[in-house]
Design a protein. Structure first.
Length: 280
């Protein structure tokens, strides 16, 4: 991506959001998020139920990945547009929809600059997607802009305290984020959601829920995330062999502290915040 004029005139202490976005795009384009994403399908289903979607509603899935919330909404006979800025993930979602005979429009789009008119959609969704945008306030503003008055915004965001929040904190020990960058896990807090959406919301309902990661073993989880989950893949690739071993050990230690399986497998609940916002 080209560096914006704003990025070239950064003031001391400001973060180059354009450069951060480019770096994140590279991370999410690497590996194959769909291998992980398909295991999260239940979250999209539960979010659509929380939104009480109705047949015929116009629904936008933002940062949709391989389409979990997209498919869930389409199964409820909604008119769905699925967006992401990684074309290969849209292709995976397109294949899934075709396999199920679901009619969905797939469109490449940036969550911070959605190419849709104001008040276009009855519901706007994102599961573990929009929370990773560098410019959080701009992304929130876009979700609100394209949602109709009286429409709903539904989000599923990992919390700071949950397993994935702690995993990203572990990665940050080895590859610290740029100074001034807001943690994606802030989207998993009531305070930050209220800060971003409160003035435009008729109501905000946020409930803590758990998604349970189920893998053959902790080592199986590590292997999948190391090879297919972009941020983890990039973290390991940036480290020397010694620090790769240390990071792997730290991740396995984290899993051991939260894994409730006693048969060698991995059964690990990860907390996330399920949010339903009704726009004024």
């Amino acid at each position: 991506m080209a560096t914006s004029a704003a990025a070239q005139t950064l003031q001391p202490g400001q973060i180059d959001l354009s450069a951060l976005k480019s770096k994140q795009h590279g991370a999410w384009s690497s590996g194959d998020y769909a291998v992980v994403g398909t295991t999260l399908q239940i979250v999209g289903e539960e979010l659509c139920e929380a939104l009480d979607l109705r047949a015929g509603q116009k629904v936008l899935d933002v940062a949709a990945g391989n389409g979990n919330a997209t498919l869930a909404a389409a199964r409820r006979w909604c008119d769905v547009v699925s967006t992401d800025y990684v074309p290969s993930l849209l292709d995976r979602g397109r294949s899934r929809a075709a396999a199920e005979g679901l009619s969905v429009e797939f469109k490449e789009a940036d969550a911070e600059a959605l190419d849709f008119g104001d008040a276009t959609f009855d519901a706007v969704l994102s599961t573990f997607g929009v929370m990773f945008t560098p410019d959080q306030d701009r992304a929130a503003s876009e979700l609100l802009r394209v949602c109709k008055s009286g429409g709903k915004i539904g989000l599923a965001n990992w919390t700071p305290e949950g397993f994935i929040g702690q995993l990203f904190k572990t990665l940050g020990k080895y590859l610290p984020p740029p100074a001034g960058a807001k943690s994606p896990a802030l989207w998993g807090t009531q305070a930050r959601i209220t800060e971003m959406f409160g003035t435009s919301a008729a109501s905000i309902k946020a409930e803590k829920r758990h998604f349970t990661f189920r893998y053959r073993s902790p080592l199986h989880f590590l292997d999948v995330f190391r090879n297919y989950y972009g941020p983890t893949l990039k973290a390991f690739a940036a480290l020397d062999e010694t620090n790769q071993r240390r990071l792997a050990d730290d991740i396995l230690t984290l899993i051991a502290s939260m894994n409730r399986a006693e048969d060698g497998t991995m059964v690990l609940p990860s907390e996330y915040l399920e949010i339903v916002i009704v726009k004024r």
